[in-house]
Design a protein around this ligand. Structure first.
Ligand code: ADP
Ligand code: MG
Length: 249
């Protein structure tokens, strides 16, 4: 679905992405993980031309992303930004329907699609006319997800969608996300800093450090054959909440 070839992106002194090459397969979930500041958000933004690389190129479904096709590509991608990005002065329904209104869908179609998404994402339909401040953190995350899914995109990008939630709500939303991703069969690229979550939701895990991809594969590959000492340390640091992986203590 995406092919990144030798992508680099620098902000002043910081090298946010350092010569990254990566293929992202269609119809499955790829999880980007790594310490804060390692370039996860920048990589996600580069996929849809929101961060323009200084070197290298990004192809989407075979076409190199460039100025002339980037808007058409973004229509095929839903994006849940880090921290949700809901407009506080719009209700859940208005947030969800923003693009559909812009594209002049009629009200009945907009509301029908919204009801469908509320059912899919287990969001109480009678809360759709509340403002973000009147909803819980978990509910707002569901609103962000519904907004990203409104136009039925082929690809879904999610940047730490469970980041700020308390553990119970987080657990619930993890279960729901896995079910939703499975049901929809879309290409999903998700960012997290939690390895257990990455293993639970991802078909493939891409572990990053300092703007580079250090290892990709499944959790089991990383446990059995960590690419370097950093990978081993990253896993050790998170081991206490991994599923039972049988690693010696
Ligand atoms: P992550 O999402 O993994 O925490 P980011 O991709 O947000 O990391 O950032 C990678 C690095 O690039 C960080 O050092 C960050 O401060 C820097 N960076 C990201 N975006 C910008 C920007 N717009 N301006 C300046 N520096 C940025
Ligand atoms: Mg980030």
């Amino acid at each position: 679905m995406f092919r990144l070839t030798g992508i680099s992106k620098r902000y002043a002194q910081v090298c946010a992405l350092d010569n990254v090459s990566l293929d992202i397969a269609p119809g499955q979930t790829t999880v980007l993980i790594g310490p804060s500041g390692c370039g996860k958000t920048t990589l996600l933004r580069a996929l849809i031309g929101l961060a323009v690389p200084d070197a290298g190129n990004v192809a989407f479904d075979g076409d190199t992303v460039c100025e002339s096709n980037v808007l058409a590509i973004r229509r095929r991608v839903g994006y849940v930004v880090q921290d949700g990005g809901l407009f506080p002065h719009l209700t859940a329904r208005q947030n969800i329907q923003l693009m559909a209104r812009y594209l002049e869908w009629n009200r009945a179609d907009r509301d029908a699609r919204t009801a469908e998404l509320a059912a899919l994402s287990h969001f109480p339909a009678d809360c759709l006319d509340r403002y973000p401040l009147e909803l819980s953190g978990g509910q707002n995350q569901r609103v962000g997800l519904m907004r990203a899914l409104m136009l039925d995109p082929e690809v879904l990008l999610l940047d730490e969608p469970l980041g700020a939630l308390d553990p119970m709500i987080r657990f619930e939303l993890q279960q729901d996300l896995r079910e939703i991703f499975g049901r929809l069969g879309k290409t999903v690229v998700m960012v997290t800093h939690d390895l257990a979550e990455a293993a639970f939701l991802g078909h493939e895990i891409v572990l990053m450090r300092d703007g580079q991809v250090v290892q990709r594969g499944r959790l089991g590959d990383m446990l059995q054959a960590p690419a370097d000492e950093f990978v081993a340390r990253f896993i050790r640091a998170q081991r206490s909440h991994l599923p039972n992986t049988g690693t010696p203590t």
